[in-house]
Design a protein around this ligand. Structure first.
Ligand SMILES: C[S@@+](CC[C@H](N)C(=O)[O-])C[C@H]1O[C@@H](n2cnc3c(N)ncnc32)[C@H](O)[C@@H]1O
Length: 229
């Protein structure tokens, strides 16, 4: 891989990210930008359901810091075990996906600690950085989402990004967070209409009558879709 083999210094690699990143990675960020702009005038925070390495979470954080530097009320909250799937439901196995099982997306480095370090670095380079922007909530989201709302009864959501991939936490996120999204806010799905991850579609169908909602997508990206309330 050129990225690994290149003698180009790391800071220059990052500055020239378009040179090394796959087109698909750039497209994903383009979609995040489009979605973020759609909810810019809506009150509430961004919730990233499924953080993994944290690319999505930090994309929202950097878009917020760039496009609305004074909106210190918009936080970016990421829910994850940071140890991979705690469990999966029967519906999640129906696509025959070999990675739809407990422990999938667990990594051999401490994603939580590294992300906290990245957040610290990000904080050093933004306005109003005495007020926290990004929050990581560790644990099984089936418990941590309702707990979070107990502790934060004021919490509203402008963008709910669903990327747990699987049924149980997606149901819980939809159940607890959709009623906190004002009209104009967004519920985005990373894996609906995806044969490998039937659980996310199932959870969506239980919450929304699709005859009454446009499930929109971008012609230049095949996975992400969204409902704008
Ligand atoms: C596809 S990854 C998320 C990718 C991330 N959104 C991104 O843009 O890079 C799915 C994540 O969901 C997390 N996850 C799945 N079920 C969960 C649960 N019940 N509670 C917390 N996290 C869960 C996994 O640990 C995994 O990191």
């Amino acid at each position: 891989m050129i990225f690994e083999d290149s003698k180009c210094p790391a800071d220059k690699k990052i500055a020239n990210f378009a040179k090394y990143a796959r087109r698909q990675n750039l497209v994903r960020f383009m979609v995040q930008h489009e979605i973020f702009k759609k909810q810019l005038s809506v009150k509430g925070s961004v919730v990233e359901c499924g953080v993994h390495h944290g690319g999505g979470l930090m994309a929202w954080a950097k878009l917020s810091a760039t496009l609305e530097p004074y909106n210190y009320r918009r936080t970016i909250v990421g829910f994850d075990t940071f140890e991979g799937f705690p469990s999966v439901a029967e519906i999640d196995k129906k696509g025959g996906n070999p990675i739809a099982k407990e422990g999938a997306f667990g990594e051999n480095y401490n994603t939580f600690d590294e992300l906290q370090a990245c957040i610290k670095e990000f904080d050093e380079n933004r306005y109003l950085n005495h007020i926290a922007k990004v929050e990581l909530v560790r644990g099984d989201a089936c418990q941590t989402i309702p707990n979070y709302l107990e502790v934060n009864p004021h919490f509203l959501v402008s963008l709910l990004y669903l990327d747990f991939d699987i049924y149980p936490p997606t149901v819980v996120a939809l159940e607890h967070l959709v009623s906190r999204i004002p009209k104009g806010g967004i519920i985005a799905f990373d894996e609906v209409h995806n044969k490998d991850w039937p659980g996310e579609t199932q959870a969506m169908l239980e919450k929304f009558n699709l005859n009454n909602h446009r499930l929109e997508a971008f012609p230049f990206e095949p996975n992400i879709s969204f409902i704008q309330l």
